[in-house]
Design a binder for this molecule. Structure first.
Ligand SMILES: N[C@@H](CCC(=O)N[C@@H](CS)C(=O)NCC(=O)O)C(=O)O
Length: 422
């Protein structure tokens, strides 16, 4: 089975293709940690492997390099997704081309100015609207008598075209604009609300209202991007400058973080302490809990890290177990950047229509970590958070229960499924 490392920035619809395909095939796709768009992909080491410096990019477990999102998705897919006959495979390639040539340029030309990523030009946008209309009309006719784009089951064609339509459905196609394309709407939602897609994208919401053009946005984005460039230059210079002798536990990354309050990783502003999160995660992944839990307590540094119990506040709204698991998976996905200095085991207790979600979280710092970044604030308010005292026996028991996926919730519902954030 395919396995390897995917280089991408978060929420990249192109990377979604491979990530969703991997959900179906079971391929092991690890997202490269610490990837910084614009930096990592411009480094010599990256360019040596991927000369165009673009993402997504994939490094197979046996050291081969693949670029182009459709090719990466193909590599990690299974036979069903790749098409079972020559004609199916040819049709899938046809839809790859359709997504990249007929939808994507028009989608970018319409969406990007509204997001402030491109200058607004009325003529270009009007042209893009026409192109989107043409593409959606063709797609709508094709889907009049079909559930999926190719054959009778979902393939890479559906994944590729649906992910390429994400921005249009997210920012542009408000109800009146999407009304003429009912077959496309039905198919899009079928693809995007499969558990395999939800695990990657989270709970996708169709546009209520088309994003409005705001001239200030473009100026803001421009300003931010030149400030970012300046910072990058500064950072380069700082690296070049001869350094003063440093205190033992302050490394270069900490210095940069200190010089740069709006660091990419809010945890970087906190002292690292002695708890080596990575080595605990490795131990947890590779060893039985009889080894990893004692290891956790031996290494845990209460001065710089804290342990929390998080309990989902609306259990009465939980229905199907798989949907609740997707809720947890979606939250993890949205907290991607928190992984570096956090770990969690969140469990679902009970069964369909009678379940609760709760978990043990460990992160750097003594306060609720979610408030450190606006990106981390989508889900946390749906949970009740309690800071646990690491010295108490109750905390030891909870850590043991949640790390080893056993026991019941407070009302006696049995452990059903768990998900690890690492
Ligand atoms: N056709 C490629 C396009 C990849 C691409 O353009 N990636 C953009 C980000 S979404 C990129 O890495 N740009 C960096 C650059 O151009 O320097 C694919 O589908 O993978």
């Amino acid at each position: 089975m395919a396995s390897g490392t995917l280089y991408t920035y978060p929420e990249n619809f192109r990377a979604y293709k491979a990530l969703i395909a991997a959900q179906y095939s079971g391929a092991k796709v690890k997202i490269a940690e610490d990837f910084i768009f614009g930096e990592t992909n411009k480094s010599d080491a990256f360019l040596k492997k991927f000369p165009l410096g673009k993402v997504p990019a994939f490094e197979t477990a046996d050291g081969k390099y693949i670029t182009e999102s459709n090719a990466i998705a193909y590599y990690v897919a299974n036979e069903q997704l790749r098409g079972k006959t020559d004609i199916e495979r040819a049709e899938i390639v046809q839809w790859f081309g359709f997504a990249d040539s007929e939808i994507l340029p028009a989608s970018c030309a319409w969406v990007f100015p509204l997001l402030g990523l491109m200058q607004y030009n009325k003529q270009t946008i009007e042209h893009a609207k026409d192109d989107v209309k043409k593409a959606l009309t063709a797609l709508n006719s094709h889907l009049l008598t079909r559930t999926y784009l190719v054959g009778e089951r979902l393939t890479l064609a559906d994944i590729s075209v649906a992910t390429t339509l994400l921005h249009l459905y997210q920012y542009i196609l408000e109800p009146s604009l999407r009304k003429p394309y009912q077959n496309v709407n039905r198919w899009f939602q079928t693809v995007i609300y499969q558990p395999e897609s939800i695990n990657v994208i989270g709970a996708f919401k169709l546009a209520d209202k088309t994003l409005e053009y705001d001239p200030k946005k473009f100026a803001d984005v421009q300003e931010k991007s030149s400030a970012k460039k300046e910072k990058k230059e500064k950072r380069k210079e700082q690296k070049k400058e001869p350094k003063e002798p440093r205190e033992a536990d302050v490394d270069l990354a900490d210095e940069i973080a200190a010089a740069e309050p709006k660091s990419k990783d809010p945890f970087d502003t906190m002292p690292k302490g002695t708890f080596d999160m990575d080595s605990f995660k490795r131990c947890y992944s590779n060893e039985e809990e009889t080894v990893s839990i004692p290891f956790f307590w031996k290494e845990f540094d209460p001065e710089h890290y804290s342990i929390w119990f998080g309990e989902y506040k609306y259990p009465e709204e939980l229905t199907k177990v798989f949907m609740s698991c997707n809720l947890i998976g979606g939250m993890y996905q949205r907290l991607d950047k928190m992984r570096k200095a956090a770990f969690a085991s969140v469990c679902l207790f009970g069964e369909d229509n009678n379940s609760t979600i709760s978990g043990i979280w460990v992160w750097r710092g003594q306060d609720l970590a979610f408030t450190l970044s606006p990106d981390w604030q989508i889900d946390y308010e749906s949970y009740k958070w309690e800071k646990l005292d690491p010295n108490k026996d109750e905390t030891k028991a909870l850590v043991k229960q949640y790390f080893s996926w056993t026991g019941t919730d407070k009302q006696g519902r049995k452990f059903n499924q768990g998900k690890i954030f690492k």
